[in-house]
Ligand binder design. Structure first.
Ligand SMILES: [Zn+2]
Length: 382
């Protein structure tokens, strides 16, 4: 009887235990489903950043300067607040698994050592590839009986003239590419979409060359602009770009978020803005190209200061090159004026372009010291 009584008591307890265990087993997958899913969102061919590379910028920028540059250069709307929270003495930046804490400085950095023009290492980036790749790049125009207008070939010709002029002034000059072939060792057949070859893999290969081998003080990206018109129309213009205006869809990529902060904290804009302004003055006032205006509601551009010709945009090249980058977009290759000049004497256009850049650079270096925010050896590599 005693044993039976015991079983009567023990059995329901065991059953209850089994039920609880089963219930728990059932609940376990449910509870993981409710936990936030860790998703790493990256740009095309991007890699996860090492946030510790920002450690060297701890306590270097004040809250006021950080916020001012974030809101006037690097972003256009408030969507950055999804990933960056500003506190009184630090910012918290959301990463895929945690937050990165960036401490603000209680005072601004002092003026840093300067470098003269003659000791400067400038890299010239002839935009696109040109030659056999021009058609694939959609940078090949042909209107009647003249050699094709190929942006990648023209930027290379311009860069070689500018290289000679800068070298004569004593600067050390590197060309990011020397001929009409890609820097990347990849080929178009490696990708489903050719754009990933000539836009993404190519620029990433150039960035590796710049950041790991060339390590210049300044890069000038040379481009020729074009309008969207299918037929030649009158009208040319000019604008210069620095890195900035990160869109919500770009900040959602962890690598782009990191690169934006890396550029902001490196204080590259302190050099990019005045250098771009000096070159822009030459193109708008001396060459006579009117400033190009993005529409005010254009979500991927920010006008810089009160300079009509100077804009921030987040392009792969001006984001990845780890030094100040000025990106030039003069002329309109499919305008009636440009086509007429090109038929007549393309070399004259390349010389005009190169002269505008060197005159602008010389005027900047005459009145400004080239300020280094950090010693190059301390710059992190992507
Ligand atoms: Zn271009």
């Amino acid at each position: 009887m005693k044993m039976r009584k015991g079983l009567v008591i023990i059995l329901p307890v065991l059953l209850l235990g089994v039920l609880i265990l089963l219930k728990h087993e059932e609940r376990t997958p449910d509870s993981t489903q409710n936990q936030p899913v860790v998703q790493i969102s990256l740009a095309d061919l991007g890699t996860i950043p090492d946030w510790r590379e920002l450690d060297r910028f701890q306590n270097t920028l004040s809250r006021t300067t950080f916020l001012d540059r974030l809101q006037t250069i690097y972003t256009k709307y408030d969507s950055w607040k999804k990933w960056i929270t500003i506190h009184s003495d630090h910012a918290l930046i959301l990463t895929h698994d945690t937050h990165y804490r960036l401490n603000f400085s209680s005072q601004e950095l002092p003026v840093l050592p300067s470098k003269s023009f003659s000791k400067l290492h400038i890299a010239l980036d002839p935009g696109h590839i040109g030659g056999d790749f021009a058609e694939m790049e959609e940078r090949h125009l042909l209107y009647g009986d003249h050699p094709p207008i190929q942006e990648g070939s023209m930027t290379l010709a311009t860069a070689k003239i500018l290289q000679k002029l800068l070298t004569k002034e004593g600067a050390r000059v590197s060309l990011i590419r020397e001929d009409e072939s890609p820097v990347t060792t990849a080929s178009p057949s490696d990708f489903n979409n050719a754009r990933l070859f000539y836009r993404t893999a190519e620029i990433r290969a150039r960035a590796k060359l710049v950041n790991e081998t060339l390590k210049p003080d300044l890069i000038i990206c040379l481009h020729y602009n074009a309008s969207g018109s299918p037929v030649p129309t009158p009208g040319q213009h000019y604008h210069a770009l620095i890195n900035g205006a990160y869109h919500e869809s770009e900040l959602a990529h962890e690598d782009e978020r990191f690169q934006m902060l890396h550029r902001l904290l490196s204080r590259y804009s302190e050099i990019e803005v005045p250098v771009a302004a000096a070159i822009s003055h030459q193109f708008t006032e001396e060459v006579g190209l009117p400033p190009f205006q993005y529409q005010p509601d254009h979500p991927y551009s920010v006008n810089i200061g009160d300079n009509e010709a100077l804009w921030a945009r987040n392009l792969l090249a001006n984001r990845l090159y780890q030094c100040p980058v000025v990106f030039l977009e003069p002329y309109v290759m499919n305008s009636t004026e440009f086509i007429a000049r090109y038929k007549e004497d393309p070399e004259a256009i390349y010389h005009e372009y190169a002269n505008a850049v060197i005159t602008g650079l010389k005027s900047y270096f005459k009145t400004n010291e080239f300020l280094f925010t950090h010693r190059r050896s301390r710059l992190p590599r992507l």
